[in-house]
Ligand binder design. Structure first.
Ligand code: BGP
Length: 496
């Protein structure tokens, strides 16, 4: 019997983000970004996601007053800025068809409102894309992945200012024009829904800069500006790059009711809607009724400009991309229920699934459930642009890294993905596993929370040679891609 494989042309690859992988935070004319001022693991409880994202004006002043790269690990990242040729060559050795990366806005317009773009920054990404295309790897580019210039925060209050829409549009016009012959797959905002959970990283919003204002209204006003900017970015892409495909990008948080009590099921439904409202808006081109109801009930008033509704309606996304790491349980009453950590959230711990070293609950069936939910909801092609296991990897005496736990995680999720495609009729363009090379964790700013197929010799304090070492999973993924998924079933054939 022939082995199961993925559809012909399935885009296998890996994903990174400039602010977590590049380093070179002041090189090549780059301006300081929001993420260069993000607090470090050194002073936060790495299990308390919310604590990690409390950012004050004082924090920013402190960050701008120092060139420290220990306390601010994202400033050095994995030094992709100086290793990109070697790294992309290793991606090619694995057989990548696609490589998801982001363009750091602060490398192109260091202060967001510079009269002219920074040519060194534009040239850097030209070089990166040329390396990719040299190996037949398609770039999949995220326009905004937590990297706006810090000046946008200080001078414009981030995405709260309508002016930011114009500045972002100019950034998009610049990169689409420059890379129109090299990039055809684009994403607008990474995890656009995350603005509600970490408004500083995603929206450049610092609460103490809005005295006397309803901060939730500030966040939703900023989000409105991002929705308009996303629609305009889609328009620009389609006009400058015929045949280009533009996706939204959602944090796929999949919730289960802790019990079959109706109250818990209702809580689950409300929790799911709390994330779908963002992708609903970008796919259907209008605010869903339940979000408008929430605005009314909470007294939130969004200021729109003439034409906003028409722009959003006219330029919806072409596909739906998302990150999936874990599922979570919710309950109407969480008293005495054990909590579990997650990607930008904490939730009730599910007793039926294991957890990662950072407490994220491992649930490959949840990926299939997520894919079916999203495809049934939107009827647009999906693209899994983040999935992976953050784990403590160890370099053994013989210099190898046996990350069999990561292979087990990825294999189970890839099989679930194929089930959704083959049994549930879901259309899926591709899969880029998160952190295809070790990089700085978004939430904890740790290098020790490793995701990569490639180990980077750098610790949480920036110490190391930055040498790259393929892990066991590097060679395993190479087989998966070479066989278009068939090797995922080798163990079943051999019966173990
Ligand atoms: C998502 C981000 C990625 C990545 C991922 C893993 O929210 O889009 O940038 O960081 O989370 O999370 P972490 O790095 O906190 O382990």
């Amino acid at each position: 019997m022939s082995k199961r494989t993925f559809p012909e042309g399935f885009l296998w690859g890996g994903a990174t983000a400039a602010n977590q992988v590049e380093g070179g935070w002041k090189e090549g004319g780059k301006g300081i970004s929001v993420s260069d001022c993000a607090r470090s693991h050194l002073d936060v409880d790495v299990t308390d996601y919310h604590a990690q994202n409390k950012v004050t004006s004082e924090d920013i002043e402190k960050a701008l007053a120092t060139d420290d790269e220990v306390y601010y690990p994202k400033r050095h990242g994995s030094d992709f800025y100086h290793h990109y040729k070697e790294d992309i060559k290793m991606f090619a050795e694995m057989g990548f068809k696609v490589y998801r990366l982001s363009i750091a806005w602060s490398r192109i317009f260091p202060n967001a409102d510079d009269p002219e773009p920074n040519e060194e920054g534009l040239q850097f990404y030209d070089n990166v894309f040329d390396e990719c295309l040299k190996y037949g790897i398609e770039p999949l580019v995220t326009m905004s992945h937590y990297e706006p210039p810090i000046n946008l925060v200080l001078k414009y209050n981030g995405w709260y200012s309508r002016k930011t829409v114009d500045l972002f549009v100019r950034f998009v016009e610049t990169i689409c024009t420059r890379y129109k012959d090299k990039v055809k797959y684009w994403l607008t905002f990474n995890e656009v829904d995350s603005i509600i959970r970490h408004p500083y990283t995603t929206g450049g919003l610092i609460e103490d800069r809005f005295p006397g204002k309803n901060f939730e209204e500030v966040i939703f006003q900023s989000m409105h500006h991002q929705f308009v900017a996303s629609a305009l970015a889609t328009k620009i892409c389609h006009e400058i790059i015929p045949g280009s495909k533009v996706g939204c990008m959602l944090t796929k948080l999949t919730y289960y009711p802790y019990t079959c009590k109706p109250e818990d099921v209702l809580t689950m439904q409300q929790s799911m809607r709390s994330t779908y409202c963002y992708s609903d808006t970008q796919v259907f081109g209008e605010y869903p009724a339940y979000l408008l109801a929430r605005f009314r009930n909470k007294g939130i008033h969004i200021v729109k400009e003439t034409g906003d509704d028409e722009i959003m309606k006219a330029y919806p996304v072409d596909f739906v991309s998302f990150s999936y790491y874990h599922s979570s349980c919710v309950a109407a009453d969480t008293t005495n229920l054990e909590q579990a950590a997650g990607n930008t959230i904490t939730a009730v711990k599910n007793p039926y699934v294991p957890s990662s070293d950072w407490g994220w609950q491992i649930d490959p069936i949840g990926l299939r459930i997520s894919m079916v939910d999203l495809y049934d909801r939107y009827r647009k092609p999906l693209f899994i642009v983040e999935n992976g296991l953050g784990a403590k990897d160890v370099v053994k005496e013989d210099g190898t890294i046996d990350d069999q736990y990561r292979i087990d995680y990825l294999k189970a999720h890839m099989k679930a993905m194929l089930d959704a495609i083959e049994y549930d009729g879901v259309e899926c363009m591709g899969y880029t596993s998160w952190g295809c090379i070790d990089l700085v964790s978004e939430s904890t700013k740790q290098m020790s929370k490793r995701y990569g197929y490639i180990y980077v010799d750098c610790d949480d304090y920036g110490n190391g040679t930055y040498k790259r070492i393929p892990k066991k999973s590097f060679y395993w993924y190479k087989d998966v891609i070479a066989t278009n998924g068939a090797s995922l079933f080798d163990d079943e054939e051999s019966g173990n």
